[in-house]
Design a protein around this ligand. Sequence first.
Ligand SMILES: [Zn+2]
Length: 124
Amino acid sequence: MSLGLFHYISNEGGMAKQNPRRANGARRDAIRKRWRAIGAPCALCGRPIDYSLGMVLDLRTGKRRAHPMSFVVDEIVPVSKGGSPLDFANTQPAHWICNARRGNATATTPQRTQDMPLPHPWDM
Ligand SMILES: [Zn+2]
């Protein structure tokens, strides 16, 4: 098969920096695109999400980070409780800050450490 060599090379490249979060990132991205197309409001606070918001420059750190009101995918059933972060039916749209606040609220429970962290926009 003529494409065999290309597949082999690209697999090699993939192996070098392969990690589950990155592999999931592509599937998460598909879910992000689907929610963006729907344009639904934040499931945590009920306010509209500006899906055009992206990265902002944090003047205190000089680093780029997600805009607090930007869109993230939130899991309805947490991964620690058997929910899938890659199943569209288990996801809902949320503001970055709403999701971060909710994450902080449960950060003290031991199971939380086993959660797969949400991919940060700058990792994707
Ligand atoms: Zn919100």
